[in-house]
Design a protein around this ligand. Sequence first.
Ligand SMILES: NC(=O)c1ccc[n+]([C@@H]2O[C@H](COP(=O)([O-])OP(=O)(O)OC[C@H]3O[C@@H](n4cnc5c(N)ncnc54)[C@H](O)[C@@H]3O)[C@@H](O)[C@H]2O)c1
Length: 324
Amino acid sequence: MQPFTDAPLQRIAVVGAGFMGCVIAAIYARYGYAVTLSDSNPSALLTFRERTLPIAHGMATSGVTAQDIVDRVKIAATLSEGISGAQLVHEVVQEDLVVKQVLFAELDRLCAPDVVLATNTSSYLLSHLCRDVVHKGRVIGIHYITPAHVVRVVELVVADFTPSALIDWARSFLLAIDRTAVVCREKPGFIVNRIQLAMLSEIHRMVGEGLATPADIDAAVRLSLGPRWALWGALACEDLMASKRTGLAILEYMHAQTGQEHFRPSEALRTLVEDGRIGAAAGAGWHSWDSPYADVVMDRDRQLSDLLAWLSERSGASLNVLTR
Ligand SMILES: NC(=O)c1ccc[n+]([C@@H]2O[C@H](COP(=O)([O-])OP(=O)(O)OC[C@H]3O[C@@H](n4cnc5c(N)ncnc54)[C@H](O)[C@@H]3O)[C@@H](O)[C@H]2O)c1
């Protein structure tokens, strides 16, 4: 039974009125859904409006004020009142596996099998969350990234038991609220946190080794890696910047010098090099590059110059960052 593919979505229940739950409830209200918000801690519900109003200002439009957005969220005194009639229940309670497992088992018992159960977990596998869930085929990860009312990409986390119809449904739902879905199989960290935490962990080690100062590391990221990735993403950027033969040689050297496993070149990279798919210059890398390489390079340089010029007008100080 998969009615989530038929009836138009109208009613959403958000469970958990903490940092993220308030923002997610406001996003759904902003797009006109009937939203209820519940929390096991009554004081979280009491302070919902004052905590959410400043964020709602950033979501207001000519037709919908910040006050309208928060007023549209109906506060429910209990979980069962909150989820009553909901077609989508979005769990946004704190990152505690046992708490989420107990809640999911309860939601599974209380909600008809056609109600979609979503989780905003940042790290747990759906398989672990669903330990005591009978109707696993209605569970999906809808993981917002902070600040959720500003960031437009949302991770859809799926398990082997997630039907493709539910992924399509969730994708359409996110499109309707002006979000772009990226689909990710359940593995710790999903997409964004896995990349971000791997890089941060390496940067922390670099600081610890005294390799460079925090200020110089941030300047290097802000003025090279960051803009390049912002424009094209990691893999297209790799295609655009250098031959994968060079990248492979560097990784082999770093792996041999440091012995660190995360520098060992992947089989995926070796296969690309063996196949001659070494990047934009060869017409193919991780992506296909159909335009003449000279055009690709000119376009690349123009886009990067524009972004760097824009960035050079701003400094870390604009965010009150004190560099050391
Ligand atoms: N904070 C972030 O930047 C961020 C970003 C992305 C994803 N997330 C994820 O979002 C989820 C929520 O994080 P948060 O930072 O909003 O947490 P939080 O601690 O601010 O809020 C959690 C809320 O859940 C309530 N709660 C706890 N158990 C409950 C239950 N059984 N039923 C109903 N309510 C219950 C708490 O009273 C609290 O108000 C987590 O899974 C987290 O990993 C957080």
